[in-house]
Every structure is written in C-alpha cells, then in structure tokens.
Design a protein around this ligand. Sequence first.
Ligand SMILES: C[S@@+](CC[C@H](N)C(=O)[O-])C[C@H]1O[C@@H](n2cnc3c(N)ncnc32)[C@H](O)[C@@H]1O
Length: 285
Amino acid sequence: MDDGLTVRELVRQTADALGSAHEARWVCEVATSLDGAEFDDAMDDPVTVKMVAHCDAMVARARAGEPLAYVLGRWSFRHIDLAVDRRVLIPRPETEVVAGAAIELAAAVDGPRMIADLGTGSGAIGLSAATELPVRGTTVWLTDVREDALAVARANLAGIGRAAANVRIGIGSWFEALPNDQCFDVIVSNPPYVAVGSPELDESVRIWEPEVALFAGHDGLGAIRALIAGAPAHLCTGGWLVLEIGADQGRAVAAMFHDAGYVDVEIRHDLTGHDRIAIGRVTSG
Ligand SMILES: C[S@@+](CC[C@H](N)C(=O)[O-])C[C@H]1O[C@@H](n2cnc3c(N)ncnc32)[C@H](O)[C@@H]1O
C-alpha cells in the first residue's frame, strides 16, 4: 500500500499533474489494471506502491511530450481497444470515418466478401472490419511493408475473439502482400500522405510517429498514386477502392481516380468538414 492513498486521490493527483481529468482517468486505469465500472467501484480502494510508481512513470513520459496513446500503450478505435506503440501510427478519429465507409461498402456485398486493409499498422481499419461485419462470409487481409508494424497488428488480432479466424496477414509493399488468385470487394488504405518536408506536420507527430507511416514523396501523393494504379488488378468487378487522403488532396486524388478509369468517384469529408476519403469503383476486375 502507499500510505493509504486511494484510487480517487491518485486520479486527483494525476489530473493536477497532467491538467486533464479524462487523461488522468486513462492513466490511472492502466496503472491499476482496472477499467469501466470496475474502476469506478474501486475509487475508495487503496493503491499499491507499484501502481503509484507506474502512474508516476506514465505522467513523466506524458509531461516530456510523448503522445498519450504511446504512454498508455493502448488506444480506442471505433469499437475496439488497440495496443499501440512507436512501431505504428496512433489511430486517428478521421480514420474511424474512413473505416466506416469501407465497412459500409463491404456490408453491401452479398455472400462471401473479401476486404484488404493495406498499410494496416496497428490493424485499426481491418480489425474493425473483421469485428463489425458478419463473421460468416467475411475475409479480411491486413498487410504492411514493415514486419514490426505487423507484430502489433498480430497482437491486436489476438484480442478480437471469434472474428480473428477470418483475418489473414501479409507482408510486402502494397499489392505484393496480397494473393494473386483472389479478387477483393473492398481495398481500403490509410497510406502515408504527407509531403516530405511539409511545414504543416505537427512537431509531436514528426518526433514520435514512424516516418514510414507519414511521408510519401515530394508531393505526398506517391503512395496514393501507387494504390490507385495497382488496385484494379486486385479488385473484383464492381469492387471499391477507399483511401484516406490529406485535407488538401481531394481535387488531385479525384482526378487520379478518373484518369485511371474508376467510376462513382467521390471525395467525402471527415467529422471536421475536411476532404478525407476518396472512393472509386472499378467496372471490370
Ligand atoms: C498512415 S499509416 C496507417 C496505419 C493504420 N492503417 C491506421 O490507419 O492507423 C500507414 C501505414 O502504411 C505502411 N506502409 C508504408 N509504405 C508501405 C508500402 N509500400 N506498402 C505497404 N504498407 C506501407 C506503414 O508501415 C504504416 O503502417
């Protein structure tokens, strides 16, 4: 025990140190290995020295500027809780909307549906698809060029229960990681889309998050170009490509989809009203 300090007092101290009550709660949940109702019920329980030390260490990391998701080692995305660390990008709220668009398109497919999440990182998009789509008839491929990122995706796969049986993992650059003898109904990707040297990138993102997850050539469109060019060979007839894009890339990406022969091309907004999702369909696979 730590001189009778309770969970409630630990939360209060942590909130003072971090300047945020909800961040303090997340940190204390991790430190006490409790969450939700269990955490609420434990407010008057004493904490151990080990819990306080864990909490202090997390507070020190957060105060040194490390993103809270890495400090906590987990982050929520749609309906799942993902393990995250510096091997993968921290899943963003805007990507939840991208995943939602892909899941909606896949849900409309009658019968067995094949989905691929290219550049899966933590597995955020693909594992959401696997858990939200019917277990029967759904297959989701998660791919990444980095084995260390796939190790995180694999750890998260182990946490999704029954739907995990529907998930396959492939390593390689974009389409190289996919089987050649299968077509996909939906290919979704949140690729790197920041221009090298972009002054707009948040300093914390540049310092802490993996470079390979962020940058895509001098104009930020290198990965998007490769995905638009390569997807038709892997999409079933009528299959969809769904891409997350930068807020200033909508017009250029829509033109790239049209030039490559996609139909029903749409640029959709994220929750803050910025261009964020590019969607197009192929008429022949
Ligand atoms: C912006 S992050 C997205 C991560 C995750 N899908 C998400 O939305 O949080 C881009 C991911 O693409 C991967 N990546 C970069 N270049 C790649 C390539 N040539 N082929 C496959 N994956 C690649 C990175 O390793 C990284 O995990």
